[in-house]
Design a binder for this molecule. Structure first.
Ligand code: ATP
Ligand code: MG
Length: 441
């Protein structure tokens, strides 16, 4: 059963029981656009109690809003009773909802292209809000008075940018004017919800448009004021013919592949975030940003914590920012150091960050290509193979546990990575003779 079949079976059952039931919102929009809907929503005049009685195992979520989750095979379909939202005194949640008609249910939705219904029994689109014409014209337009609608629920400001980005639609001028005017108000929305919208914008292949819309609307200033500080932060023109740090960062976004991980796109946004704070000009007039990678890693941690990202996103993003300057040292790294660098868990994303960092300025990919060649060269065995000896082996030889033993094990590993020690016996003999010396590179 496809998700669409599952949703239609829910509609059919509601209709057979004498109710009105329609596919609603995003799934109708996406089907008309030939896009795969992410999820299917059903809207009905049946009240939640009636829905629950009709579907075995159904449960209400936010009963307040009249939403019931119905399971069909492995699919979960949201069934929501037609409703009309009351006033929004907090700008986030309607104070009350009142069950109502399909037409009023369309009116309470955010954008005309999100306000369509489909009657799958009759094979008809039901359009109370002019959504079809806007889909045709590829325009995102608020339903009703844009200012009033954004004042009711400020998350819609971010949703406007998200849908314009993901759908590739123009924003209708009055809707856009309202987004720009009301952008300072997004502070009233929970940071988690803003972050989730931001992620959808930045993960979309059309992310540069989303980035531009966030900046132009003023939403970026509320969400990530640090990004705006990059504007006008001059760089040495011999290395950065493209322009200031903001232009460089934006250019990198445009060079990413369509599909990216969240840590990668965040690392692109923040890799140079500390350039304004570390900028100096030396006696020869050369601009420098000493330590911008380390301060950048700290700032990235703070920013991502502020936006309540989980650690599994923060850690690789911060690691990538902290290491982005190490790539310039690759040609002079000894093999063991290089292998350890390449074996780090998020290395492929860091390679991509480095690639777009180079292409976003001087355009030379020498170190990138060198690393790719090394990957082929090293491919026959794991970058970090099973150790030849362990602490236990050394203790049997009379070593005491402690920092000296740690150094000896590291030295043995270095020689193993460089193909200079091959067996346990060779390793034990080397440790006995050289102890904790740093092997020559
Ligand atoms: P997608 O699921 O692809 O993110 P969607 O359009 O389905 O997009 P959802 O957030 O799943 O968006 O919401 C489903 C529908 O509910 C929307 O199409 C819209 O009609 C309505 N909706 C959701 N959030 C809001 C909101 N904040 N204000 C008004 N209507 C909303
Ligand atoms: Mg949806």
């Amino acid at each position: 059963m496809t998700p669409r079949e599952a949703a239609i079976s829910v509609v059919n059952k509601l209709v057979s029981a004498g109710h009105q039931a329609l596919l609603a919102g995003g799934c109708v929009r996406d089907a008309l656009l030939g896009r795969e809907p992410k999820d299917y929503d059903v809207a009905t005049n049946a009240v939640p109690d009636q829905v629950v009685k009709l579907f075995h195992g159904a449960h209400t979520v936010g009963a307040h809003f009249g939403v019931v989750i119905v399971k069909r095979g492995e699919h979960h379909i949201e069934v929501a009773t037609f409703r009309k939202d009351g006033t929004y005194s907090d700008g986030r949640h309607p104070d009350s909802v009142e069950f109502s008609s399909a037409e009023e249910d369309a009116q309470r939705r955010d954008f005309t292209v999100n306000g369509l219904f489909e009657d799958p029994v009759k094979g008809e689109i039901i359009d109370y809000v002019g959504g079809r014409a806007d889909l045709q014209a590829r325009v995102l337009r608020a339903i009703g008075d844009p200012e009033a609608r954004f004042m009711e629920d400020q998350l819609r400001l971010m949703r406007a940018v998200r849908f314009a980005t993901v759908l590739g639609f123009a924003i209708e001028p009055q809707t856009w004017a309202a987004v720009c005017r009301l952008s300072p108000k997004i502070g009233s929305v929970s940071v988690e919800r803003l972050r989730d919208e931001f992620n959808k914008i930045m993960l979309d292949p059309n992310r540069v448009r989303g980035f531009d819309l966030l900046v132009e609307s003023g939403l970026m200033k509320e969400l990530l004021p640090e990004i705006l500080v990059l504007q006008g932060c001059e760089q040495p023109p011999q290395f950065h013919p493209e322009g200031d740090v903001f232009i460089h960062t934006r250019l990198m976004l445009s060079l990413l592949p369509e599909e990216v991980s969240l840590p990668l796109v965040l690392a692109v946004l923040f890799h140079d975030i500390a350039k304004p704070a570390t900028q100096t000009v030396d006696e020869n007039g050369r601009i420098r940003f000493n330590g911008h990678d380390q301060l950048g890693a700290q700032m990235t941690t703070e920013i991502l914590k502020r936006l309540k990202y989980p650690n599994h996103v923060i850690e690789p993003a911060v690691e990538a920012v902290a290491n982005h300057m190490v790539f310039k040292d690759v040609p002079k790294m000894r093999v063991a150091k290089l292998k350890r660098f390449m074996a780090r868990p998020n290395f492929e994303d860091e390679m991509e960050l480095h690639r777009v960092d180079c292409l976003g300025c001087h355009g030379f990919l020498d170190n990138y290509e060198l690393l790719r060649a090394r990957q082929i060269e090293f491919a026959s065995e794991p970058l970090i193979p099973k150790p030849l000896i362990t602490g236990r082996d050394l203790m049997q030889q009379g070593w005491e546990p402690g920092p000296a033993m740690g150094r000896a094990l590291l030295a043995v590993q270095t020689l193993q990575l460089e193909g200079r020690l091959h067996t346990r016996e060779e390793a034990l003999a080397w440790a006995a003779e050289h102890g904790t010396e740093e092997p020559e590179g």
